[in-house]
Design a protein around this ligand. Structure first.
Ligand code: SF4
Length: 231
């Protein structure tokens, strides 16, 4: 394939170093612009609505300077699977011997399946935004069925991945979370489910206020392994 896409500028920013975002890896984070959701609690507004300014050749040149220091790259956003040349870009990253983690809302199962089958991704963090009944209300996206397809696929092949949900209690309460847990249990999800507490920042997409209360962890179902972040 031609490498012309390397002059594309889908990246809003590069985080040069993180120990937290890619389990067992020291990694960089590439932040892809654009998203097909509008979660009210999203604090990445400049990324969701903005234009990229960093081209992929610059990103790869940066990785070349980190080859003996970092082991992984996180492709995040925004929603990185919207970028049409993501697969070709992953091949370039793999040629430099980095592991790849993808953060996704799951709405592009076709691409996720291709990346997995071609061994172009090593770990996935999949957002479970809300149960089917609330999915569109919270995300402004109709494609729960695509998300579901991604989830089922990753479970079916026992892929190393995590499911996670961000909680603002104006949007999701204990019952909503327990519905998700019931669903994950029924689908045979065996990994840890991460519940991420909303931390207030002013400029979220939906201008969300400080939460009136924090989720009561004692009321969360224990059917599957749960981990709490930022509670
Ligand atoms: S939180 Fe929602 S709107 Fe923000 S980047 Fe993620 S999927 Fe897109």
């Amino acid at each position: 394939m031609s490498r012309e896409f390397l002059s594309d500028k889908p990246l809003y920013d590069i985080t040069k170093f993180t120990t937290l975002d890619f389990p067992q890896n020291l990694a960089s984070i590439f932040w892809f612009c654009k998203c097909n959701m509008r979660c009210p609690y999203c604090y990445n507004t400049p990324i969701v609505f903005g234009e990229g300014s960093i081209d992929l050749k610059t990103a790869l040149d940066f990785l070349k300077t980190r080859q003996n220091r970092l082991t992984g790259v996180v492709l995040s956003g925004g929603e990185c699977t919207l970028y049409p040349n993501l697969k070709a870009f992953c091949k370039e990253i793999k040629n430099l011997n980095f592991k790849i983690k993808i953060d996704t809302n799951g709405t592009n199962p076709k691409l996720i399946k291709e990346l997995v089958s071609e061994k172009l991704v090593d770990y996935i963090a999949l957002d479970y935004k809300a149960s089917k009944g609330k999915f569109q209300e919270i995300t402004q996206n109709k494609n729960f069925d695509y998300f579901e397809e991604t989830l089922n696929f990753l479970i079916s092949i026992n892929f190393p991945f995590e499911v996670r949900t961000t909680i603002h209690t104006d949007l999701l309460d204990v019952n909503d979370i327990n519905l998700i847990i019931d669903d994950l249990f029924a689908r045979g999800y065996k990994n840890t489910y991460y519940l991420q507490n909303f931390l207030y920042v002013e400029d979220t997409i939906g201008k969300m206020p400080i939460q009136a209360y924090t989720l009561d962890a004692s009321k969360i179902s224990k059917k599957i392994d749960i981990a709490f972040r930022e509670f």
